[in-house]
Design a binder for this molecule. Structure first.
Ligand code: XMP
Length: 422
């Protein structure tokens, strides 16, 4: 990113956590970027770094080092901290940046917001911008930043695929249209999505259909909005770092609802948060006045409840799931367990079983509750929710949702399970 702030370049030599050093540098309000160790000298020099940090991994050896520009750190004429054999922590990095390099600590949330707004104005000028609002923190922050930058030139399209959680669509409209005054079009496409998904049980087919249909609806809305010149993307920094480091084959397709429309020729992309980590996006969200319920919202998969309702998707099953999920999430909040759980949700299993209610036999759904703690979503541990809380949630669910007569808690970590059930 072109910036007036002092910049640190972190060269990554395959560290297990390639974001670790960057997060420490950023926490000191110093701007940094992470580049792969194979980055060319020109690419490094283009950032005009004031310091270099070499971040190592067990894969790494002198041979790798020898093939990189970092083999001759003196070529850049700036101080170099080689973390080889040193702990990658604040105690190691802070004295280097502040005492040795005397870098300015001016990369603050407010400075980011001011820079981002100025950058968007410069890029967009007097042209129009389109944004796909999902209700998640990334698209919310993008919407508010772009709206602050170019006001009515922004149109937000909220494609409601009918797979959102309870009351979520209403909340998105209330906060962004009524609260921030953003031109937000709420497209209720529930019937259209459920029509396409009728009879489909395979999770990857569901993902594919939801992703493709989303793009189709979005393209129609883009045309209705006069085909704006720019499209906003909520790309964040881990997406960029991880795509550059080419990992293994994913277990799930992770079709992101909000992929790029193929049939609309946008003049350009606006990616206001592409250099931010997730926790920085949340800080910016709070600073912009986005309510904490959205700013701190747990990740929600693009295909929504579509991958939490096992088997065929019907409105009846999704409505049951929405009620159960809302009860569980409220219990997590009421019992202050949010800090412990990175993601927590209910799953409507495809299973029905025999139960008894008011002396009568029932044959109703089994729901599963899942809460996991993770830092990278690649591995995760299930959260040990106290039994009395689980008992109270189970009673509340079966008392309020008659279509459910059995509640189970998922005590599997990832691996061997994944976080989502589909
Ligand atoms: P898994 O189930 O693979 O999930 O352990 C890891 C993380 O990815 C999210 N997830 C998705 N996100 N589209 C998304 O945008 C998807 O298709 C998708 N599938 C899983 C999941 O919620 C968790 O945070």
């Amino acid at each position: 990113m072109k910036t007036t702030h002092d910049t640190v370049v972190i060269l990554d030599f395959g560290a297990i956590n390639s974001q670790a050093a960057a997060k420490i540098v950023r926490s000191l309000n110093v701007y940094c970027e992470v580049l792969p160790c194979t980055a060319s000298a020109e690419r490094i020099a283009a950032l005009s770094p004031k310091a270099l940090i070499l971040q190592r991994g067990a894969a790494c050896g002198d041979a790798t080092l020898g093939r990189t520009p970092a083999a001759d750190p003196a070529a850049f004429g700036v101080p170099v901290l080689d973390l080889n054999g040193l702990p990658c922590d604040a105690a190691t990095i802070e004295p280097f940046l502040l005492a040795q390099c005397a870098l300015r600590q001016d990369w603050t949330t407010d400075a980011f917001i001011a820079d981002a707004i100025a950058g968007i104005r410069e890029t967009v000028g007097d042209r129009n911008v389109l944004l796909a609002m999902s209700g998640g923190v990334d698209s919310s922050v993008c919407a508010v930043l772009v709206h602050r930058a170019v006001g009515e030139q922004l149109t937000c399209v909220f494609v409601d695929h009918g797979l959102m959680r309870k009351d979520e669509p209403e909340e998105v409209c209330r906060v962004f249209r009524d609260g921030f005054g953003i031109a937000l079009r709420h497209i209720n496409a529930e019937a259209r999505f459920l029509g396409k998904l009728a009879g489909v049980t395979d999770p990857e087919r569901k993902r594919m259909i939801i992703g493709e249909e989303f793009i189709r609806v979005f393209e129609e809305e883009a045309r209705a909005a006069g085909e704006p010149d720019f499209l906003v993307q909520g790309t964040i920094y881990p997406d960029i770092i991880e795509s550059g480091w080419d990992g293994g084959k994913p277990v799930k397709a992770h079709h992101n609802v909000g992929g790029l429309p193929k049939n609309i020729d946008f003049k350009g992309l606006v990616e206001p948060i592409k250099y931010l980590f997730k926790d920085e996006v949340r800080q910016v969200a709070l600073a912009l006045g986005i309510p904490a319920a959205i700013a701190m919202r747990q990740p929600f998969p693009g295909p929504g409840l579509g991958v939490r309702c096992i088997g065929e998707l019907t409105k009846e099953k999704l409505d049951i799931l929405r009620e159960v999920d809302a009860i569980f999430r409220q219990a997590i909040v009421d019992n202050r367990l949010e800090e412990q759980a990175s993601q927590y949700f209910a799953v409507l299993t495809g299973n029905r079983s025999v139960g008894v209610s008011d002396d009568a036999r029932t044959y109703a759904y089994t729901v599963a509750l899942r809460a996991v703690r993770t830092s990278d979503f690649m591995t995760a541990r299930f959260v040990k929710i106290p039994m009395d809380i689980l008992e109270a949630v189970s009673e509340r669910i079966t008392a309020n949702v008659p279509q459910v007569n059995r509640v189970v808690y998922d005590i599997t970590s990832k691996p061997p399970a994944t976080i989502e059930w589909e």
